[in-house]
Design a protein around this ligand. Structure first.
Ligand code: G3P
Length: 218
């Protein structure tokens, strides 16, 4: 399972990278705005800065919603750095854009996916990644994890190569549940990754080992 961090915050990206388990980064226009990154030039520079911190894929989202605009923006983003994956929304022109980029060998991440049918279309159009938003489904009393399972089943039925990128992960249990289902990638906040290492018995056990070592060596 690949671990991506879902943020545009450079300090958090550096911290996750330093842990040694980071495989990539996802961003979106809301995450960019949260960090105060505005204006096309600053946004493009920020993507390059992120690529220079991590070794893996970095999703960069188009803001156009028409095919021509998505193609223009997507090509510009893909030209920025070899690690860039063009993030395209699941709308009608988005499906056409996925197919266009797939034919050109440009990698894509189909975002804002909330149903198995949307995921099927994204795979048919040749998306590299599909991003089902499980947290936002949970927010409206719908089982987000069930969507990940349904997409896994459909993709496995037909050997689709599109990777399931479980997105809108909110906490550590989401990560574990997605790993059980077999999501290829998860993207979440730093806290969802760091939460994996926590266990009180580890802390208690370590304290006891150190105490006993001191006793034996004093
Ligand atoms: O990767 C998608 C993500 O950015 C959305 O997360 O927490 O805003 O639903 P959230």
């Amino acid at each position: 399972m690949k671990f991506f961090i879902d943020t545009a915050n450079l300090d958090q990206i550096k911290e996750a990278q330093a842990l040694g388990v980071l495989d990539g980064v996802t961003t979106n226009p809301s995450l960019m705005a949260k960090e105060g990154i505005t204006g096309k030039d600053n946004i493009l520079k920020h993507y390059v800065n992120i690529c220079n911190i991590v070794e893996g894929d970095v999703s960069a989202e188009v803001v156009a919603t028409d095919l021509e605009g998505m193609i223009r923006e997507g090509e510009e983003l893909a030209d920025l750095h070899e690690q860039i994956v063009v993030k395209i929304p699941m709308i009608k022109d988005g499906v056409k854009a996925l197919k266009y980029f797939s034919d050109k060998g440009i990698r894509t991440n189909c975002t804002l996916v909330f149903s198995p049918g949307q995921a099927l279309l994204a795979a048919k159009a040749g998306a590299t990644y599909v991003s089902p938003f499980l947290g936002r489904l949970d927010d409206i009393s719908t089982d987000g994890l069930n969507l990940i399972s349904e997409i896994r089943l459909i993709y496995d039925n037909y050997d689709f190569e599109t990777q399931i990128l479980a997105a809108s992960i909110r906490h550590t249990m989401h990560v574990i549940d997605c790993a059980k289902i077999g999501a290829d990638v998860m993207t979440g906040p730093l806290s969802s990754i760091e939460g994996l290492l926590k266990h009180p018995l580890t802390d208690i056990g370590l304290a006891k080992f150190l105490e006993d070592y001191k006793k034996g060596n004093s």
